[in-house]
Design a protein around this ligand. Structure first.
Ligand SMILES: Nc1ncnc2c1ncn2[C@@H]1O[C@H](COP(=O)(O)OP(=O)(O)O)[C@@H](O)[C@H]1O
Ligand SMILES: [Mg+2]
Length: 153
């Protein structure tokens, strides 16, 4: 497990950008943490790091959005409104992302149908400091071999 403190939204975006340097096609990453924790902010930085030429924004209403202008495709899912695993499977996001990276907000809800090999990222809001977040990275499978210290440094 790797942990970092983010002092503001820009720092969370920068962490997302650094993570983008470590990913490969087929990667699955989940983001968890309460509403407003910074999941979409992290995803926006991640999209920048992938070289996507448009802002990555919240997919809460469309549930899934695909970006193909970066050096690897990004499939960005928001699982917040999904009421069942079947609904997630109907999105076909894993298939859609097989040649790219799948990034899932509220991903803990669907972790049971994700490949064993994935990275879980949790953002926790500091109860006393409005803009401070503790971001933890939980790698499993092949992710244990990746230099996540380069993200949390
Ligand atoms: N350290 C921080 N990291 C991320 N977002 C932060 C931070 N401090 C303040 N914020 C603000 O918190 C909000 C996070 O919103 P968002 O990324 O949409 O959260 P989520 O997707 O988890 O609901 C944004 O308005 C952002 O500017
Ligand atoms: Mg969000």
């Amino acid at each position: 497990m790797y942990t970092m403190i983010s002092k503001d939204a820009a720092a969370t975006m920068a962490a997302g950008r650094r993570l983008a340097a470590l990913v490969r096609p087929g990667d699955v990453i989940t983001l968890s943490g309460e509403l407003g924790a910074g999941k979409t902010t992290f995803a926006a930085g991640f999209g920048e790091g992938l070289g996507i030429d448009e802002p990555v924004t919240s997919p809460s209403f469309v549930l899934v959005r695909t970006y193909s202008s970066g050096f690897t495709p990004l499939v960005h899912v928001d699982a917040y409104r999904l009421t069942s695993l079947g609904e997630f499977e109907d999105l076909d996001a894993l298939d859609e992302a097989s040649e790219g990276v799948l990034l899932i907000e509220w991903g803990e809800a669907v972790v049971g149908v994700l490949p064993e090999d994935h990275l879980r990222i949790h953002l926790a809001v500091d109860p006393e400091e409005d803009e401070t977040r503790t971001i933890t990275f939980h790698p499993s499978g092949g992710w244990m071999q990746r230099p996540l210290g380069e993200v949390t440094e």
